[in-house]
Design a protein. Structure first.
Length: 125
């Protein structure tokens, strides 16, 4: 139980260092940048789409995280000559899928806007 509490505290601390606001600040720094510089830094996009003189570059990421649970405790009950073991409490592991999809909008080969969606769009300070 103590191990799960410590691990949860560490995860909360790390999550506090990487925030959505930091991610948005990082994305804002790309507005006005050339497409070639974006691709050099972010790599080849997973998707691209062109319409109305605009180009959209889509970058996606996903990962899985396991939050370890805590083991149960056990009690014993004696009835006659038989000992019964009873499981008490405990929390199973939790599997969480994390993802982030970021789309940059370009006009004349320059970034003019962006948008993101997902539960893992964060950046460190």
């Amino acid at each position: 139980m103590k191990k799960a509490v410590v691990l949860t505290a560490i995860l909360i601390f790390l999550a506090g260092c990487a925030t959505r606001a930091n991610y948005e600040n990082a994305l804002n720094s790309w507005v006005g940048a050339k497409e070639i510089d974006l691709v050099r830094k972010w790599g080849v996009p997973q998707q691209s789409y062109e319409t109305g003189g605009r180009k959209f570059l889509v970058y996606s990421s996903s990962r899985n995280m396991i939050l370890p649970g805590s083991p149960p405790s056990y009690t014993q009950t004696v009835v006659g000559n038989t000992i019964y073991k009873n499981r008490v409490g405990g929390i199973p592991d939790q599997y969480i899928e994390l993802n982030c999809k970021t789309t940059f909008e370009l006009e004349n080969e320059k970034v003019v806007s962006w948008r993101w969606q997902g539960n893992d769009c964060t950046a460190p300070e």
